[in-house]
Design a protein around this ligand. Structure first.
Ligand SMILES: [Zn+2]
Length: 374
C-alpha cells in the first residue's frame, strides 16, 4: 500500500519526492493505520521495494486489497499515479469504494464528472473475478481500464513479432480503431509496451507489432496504436505463410486423432494434398481467435462440409454456418459465425465456388488487408 491514515486521521500518500531520511523521521514520530481495517500498518523503507505500508499482522484485509504488493506492482502504481498528477487530473491512489468494497489502484475524476479506475495488474486473476470486478464498476458508472504488467520475455524487441499470449493476458486485449491490442506497462523500464494489430495464428500464438512509449510521453486518454500499413501487413502475411507451411509439415507427420481428425479427413475426402493445398485454404482473417485453431483447419473442413451437403460455399448463410460449426464441433458464437461469414464473402470476391476452382486473378493481399482493417 502507498496510502495510510495517520494518528491524526489524515490520509497520507507516499510520494516519490519524499526522501528516505524524511520517511524514517516520520516513522519515529507517527503511527499509521490501514484505511480499511484500521489496524496498525508499518512504514517499510527498504532497499528493494519502494517505501510502502504493510499490515503488521497478516489478515484478510491484506490478501483482499494488497495483491502481495510486489516490487513491480508498487512501482507501477506509483508511476501511474504520478503520470495522472502531472497531466493535471484529479486522481486518488488506493481509494476505497465502499459500495463495491473495492480498492482500485487509481481513481481518476474527469471534469465531465465521469470516474475512471486504473488497475495495474501484476498477479493472476480468474476470468470470473475479472468479469465481476468490471460488472461492479459498470454498475457504479465507473469505467475500468486494466493495464497488465509487461510479460517477462528476454530481448523483447520492437517491430513485428510472433508471440504467445497467455489466456490471462488475452483478457486485457482491447478493441478500438478497428484493431485489437494489448497495452502493458513495465515499471522497471518506465515504459508502456503495446502489442498492437494482433493477428491470431493458432491457440495462444499471435502476430503482433510491438511498440514502446516512455512513461513521460504517455497522455490520457491513453495513446492508441495505429493500424498496420499495407507493407507491414504484407510482412505479416509472409510470416503467416511460413507458420502455415510449418504447421502443415507437422500435420503431415503427426495426426493424433487418426481417422477422427476432421482436418485430415477433409483433405483426404476432398482428394487434396497437404503439401500443395490451394492458396485460399488457410487465409489469415481478423477474428480467427474465436475458433482457436489454425485457419487452414476450419477452412478446409468448411469445404468438406459444403461438399458433403452439396452446398455452394460462397453462398452459405448464417444458418448453414451454425450447422457447420456444430457439425465440426467448433465453438458456435456470434464471433465465430461472423468469422466464417467473412471467409465466405471473401471466397465470393475471388470467385471460388468449390475447392477445385481456380482463383480469379486478384490481389489477395489487398482483400485480406481490407478485411483485417474492417
Ligand atoms: Zn487493512
Amino acid at each position: 500500500m502507498l496510502v495510510a491514515m495517520t494518528d491524526q486521521n489524515e490520509r497520507f500518500v507516499l510520494q516519490a519526492a519524499m526522501s528516505k531520511n524524511l520517511l524514517k523521521q516520520l516513522r519515529k514520530e507517527r503511527l499509521f493505520f490501514c484505511p480499511q481495517c484500521k489496524s496498525n500498518v508499518q512504514l517499510k523503507i527498504g532497499s528493494i521495494k519502494i517505501p510502502h505500508f504493510a499490515h503488521l499482522t497478516k489478515n484478510d484485509c491484506e490478501s483482499q486489497f494488497s495483491e502481495g504488493e510486489t516490487v513491480t506492482h508498487l512501482l507501477g502504481k506509483h508511476h501511474l499515479y504520478q503520470l495522472f498528477q502531472q497531466l493535471g487530473y484529479d486522481v486518488e491512489l488506493e481509494s476505497y469504494l465502499p459500495t463495491l468494497k473495492q480498492r482500485p489502484d487509481l481513481l481518476v475524476m474527469m471534469k465531465s464528472g465521469k470516474c475512471i479506475v486504473i488497475e495495474f495488474q501484476c498477479s493472476t486473476i480468474s476470468k470470473e473475478y475479472f468479469l465481476s470486478r468490471n460488472k461492479g464498476y459498470q454498475s457504479e458508472n465507473i469505467q475500468p481500464i486494466w493495464i497488465p504488467s509487461t510479460p517477462p520475455r528476454k530481448n523483447l524487441s520492437t517491430g513485428m513479432l510472433k508471440i504467445s499470449l497467455s489466456e490471462q493476458l488475452q483478457q486485457f486485449v482491447q478493441t478500438t480503431q478497428n484493431q485489437r491490442y494489448l497495452l502493458t506497462y513495465n515499471p522497471h523500464q518506465q515504459q508502456f509496451i503495446y502489442f498492437s494489430n494482433l493477428l491470431h495464428i493458432k491457440d495462444n500464438l499471435y502476430l503482433t507489432k510491438v511498440q514502446n512509449l516512455p512513461l513521460e510521453k504517455q497522455l490520457f486518454p491513453f495513446y492508441q496504436p495505429k493500424n498496420l500499413k499495407r507493407n507491414e501487413f504484407l510482412h505479416y502475411y509472409k510470416t503467416y505463410l511460413v507458420s502455415k507451411e510449418n504447421f502443415l509439415n507437422y500435420r503431415l507427420l503427426i495426426s493424433k486423432k487418426g481417422i477422427n481428425d476432421l482436418f485430415l479427413r477433409s483433405v483426404y475426402e476432398l482428394r487434396l494434398s497437404l503439401s500443395s493445398l490451394p492458396p485460399f485454404l488457410g487465409l489469415p482473417l481478423k477474428g480467427n481467435e474465436s475458433l482457436k485453431m489454425f485457419a487452414v483447419e476450419w477452412q478446409t473442413a468448411l469445404f468438406y462440409f459444403a461438399h458433403v451437403n452439396k452446398l455452394e460455399i460462397d453462398l452459405l448463410d448464417k444458418r448453414a454456418i451454425q450447422y457447420f460449426l456444430d457439425w465440426a464441433k467448433l465453438s458456435n458464437t456470434n464471433e465465430s459465425i461472423a468469422l466464417v461469414l467473412d471467409y465466405c464473402k471473401l471466397l465470393k470476391q475471388i470467385e471460388i465456388q468449390h475447392v477445385y476452382s481456380s482463383m480469379k486473378p486478384v490481389n489477395l493481399i489487398d482483400l485480406l488487408y481490407t478485411q483485417f482493417l474492417a
